[in-house]
Write a protein that binds this ligand. Structure first.
Ligand code: CS2
Length: 508
């Protein structure tokens, strides 16, 4: 693996990289070692983004290096052509760059055998799910991709795409694709398979299963009943906890990879050195030996999920929103600010930690120390607007449990309230308040609903988000003291600035 460990050398390399024109392929792989192609594809992956390519693909590459076999991956992008076109032009090769302040190393997983865009060929997703050679479907479709409605706590059947998928035709929602794919598989011979969610959702396996079953319950009786019986008999939905920080790519990053490789790669992925995958070992038709890449098979996936979604992701959200409001473009720049570091430490130790139990073998103090080192990885350049995007669905996974538990213990989660207040200040800024460019760059489906019509102060906006829109589930909507505290902290941010709000939350 080529290593660059000197920033000057790296910037020289980047300008050389811009000049590299030959494209990465099996015939021209530059300095990289390219593994032999898999003997076939046993996995269909929905959500061909960077995270999948730096996580499950790398574990699968380790399993194939150890055992060989036909666990190659067919990658399905939901809408975007860009990665699929690049992968086709590159024999499905791309580099994962592991980046730390000490240097950068490259690996070419080489596990994808094919890829396509679901929106271009929705019928193919159904056909692939029914293909007996496919034995696992993995998913990284983000929190948004499940069509789950937090207010009804079930599949959002009112969503026009889900409703159309229920009526028939080639499905376009992920849950519709899975349900229709399993329906076709049941009819085609009923071979067993597993659906493995790799998204940051609590109990992601049973959550996915519940939504697929809910979809099938909407079908006419005879149609749905057969598939449900097949699922009972032959399909499993293991849960898994995934972890690796994967920032979005930039043209400069691609130049730097090209300089290291000596050939041009249009689909490289940057990632941190840390990586973790904890999986429930319930596979209906076998699985790759992902342990070869360090995956942990455990009955304690639930504990791993809570640990990660609350300590890492929950605190990450606070760092991103406060950071953006303070003008920090990146997570390392944000955590370098003493007031943000202090807030992160306080929310982590006093508000998230009491809500989790460490899985066997995990030392929480060590885990937290590592989190600060990971957030401080300045070479990675993980952006605050990336982490801050889609807060309306991400925070629903991260905050309600710890808030309800703290309130029930008689403690008040002031820093989680600050997280929500800072989120609202970023994506639904009250008139006259400018949250800055990093907040403006955050995308969020709820922006319009949060900003429609006038609001009368912080408490009004907090109530709109938590009580009217139920963004964080039904239970939190009844905790008026929490809703009001969010509103009051939002008023402080708007009237006196983010530092005053941090001081208020820390000293409460
Ligand atoms: C982040 C996650 O964007 C976010 O909300 O908290 O993507 C985080 O980087 C990953 O979950 C790390 O595994």
């Amino acid at each position: 693996m080529p290593i660059i460990d000197d920033p000057l050398e790296a910037s020289r390399a980047a300008s050389d990289g811009a000049a590299a024109t030959a494209r990465l392929t099996r015939a021209a792989s530059g300095t990289a070692t390219v593994p032999a192609p898999p003997a076939g594809a046993g996995i269909l992956h929905l959500g061909l983004g960077s995270f999948h390519r730096a996580h499950q693909a790398v574990y699968t590459a380790a399993a194939l290096r150890a055992d060989g076999g036909d666990w190659g991956i067919v990658g399905v992008a939901s809408r975007s052509r860009r990665i699929v076109d690049s992968l086709h032009a590159q024999d499905h090769l791309y580099a994962v760059a592991t980046i730390s302040p000490e240097g950068t190393s490259l690996e070419i997983p080489g596990v994808h055998t094919d890829s396509y865009v679901a929106a271009d060929d929705p019928a193919r997703v159904v056909a692939d799910l029914a293909d007996p050679r496919i034995r696992i479907a993995t998913l990284t479709v983000t929190e948004n991709g499940y069509n789950y409605s937090p207010s009804s706590q079930r599949l959002d059947v009112a969503d026009p795409i889900v409703a159309a998928d229920i009526r028939g035709g080639a499905p376009r929602s992920t849950i519709g694709q899975l349900a229709r794919g399993l329906q076709r598989r049941a009819q085609a011979g009923g071979e067993p398979m597993s659906i493995l969610s790799c998204d940051n959702l609590l109990s992601n396996g049973s959550h996915t299963e519940k939504l697929v079953r809910a979809f099938l319950h909407e079908l006419p009786d005879a149609e749905g009943a057969d598939v449900l019986a097949y699922i009972d008999r032959a399909v499993t939905f293991p849960s898994s906890m995934v972890d690796r920080i994967v920032p979005s790519t930039t043209p400069e990053f691609a130049d730097r990879v090209a300089a290291l490789l000596g050939v041009r790669d249009d689909a490289p992925v940057p990632a941190e050195p840390f990586t973790m995958w904890a999986i429930e070992d319930r596979f209906a038709a076998g699985r790759p030996r992902w342990e070869a890449g360090g995956a942990v098979f455990t009955d304690e996936v639930g504990a791993y999920e809570l640990l990660k979604v609350r300590l890492l992701n929950g605190t990450h959200s606070l760092i991103a929103y406060l950071g953006a409001l303070k003008g920090a473009a990146t997570i390392p720049a944000a955590i370098a600010l003493p007031e943000i570091e202090q807030s992160a430490a306080a929310v982590l130790r006093h508000e998230y930690e009491p809500s989790v139990t460490a899985p066997a073998g995990v030392d929480i103090t060590q885990y937290e120390r590592e989190l600060f080192a990971r957030w401080s990885n300045s070479a990675l350049g993980h952006r605050t607007d990336q982490v801050g995007s889609d807060g309306s669905v991400k925070l629903g996974q991260r905050i309600p449990g710890p808030v309800l538990q703290a309130l029930d213990r008689g403690e008040f989660p002031h820093l989680i309230a600050l997280t929500v207040a800072a989120y609202l200040a970023c994506v639904a800024p009250p008139a006259g308040f400018d949250p800055g460019p990093h907040a403006a760059a955050m995308t969020d489906n709820a922006r319009e609903r949060l900003t429609a019509g006038a609001v009368r102060g912080g408490r009004d906006l907090a109530a709109r988000a938590i009580v009217d829109l139920h963004l964080f589930g039904e239970d939190l909507a009844h905790r008026t003291a929490f809703v009001d505290r969010v509103g009051d902290l939002l008023d402080i941010i708007v009237q006196r600035g983010v530092d005053s709000a941090v001081a208020d939350a820390l000293s409460a």
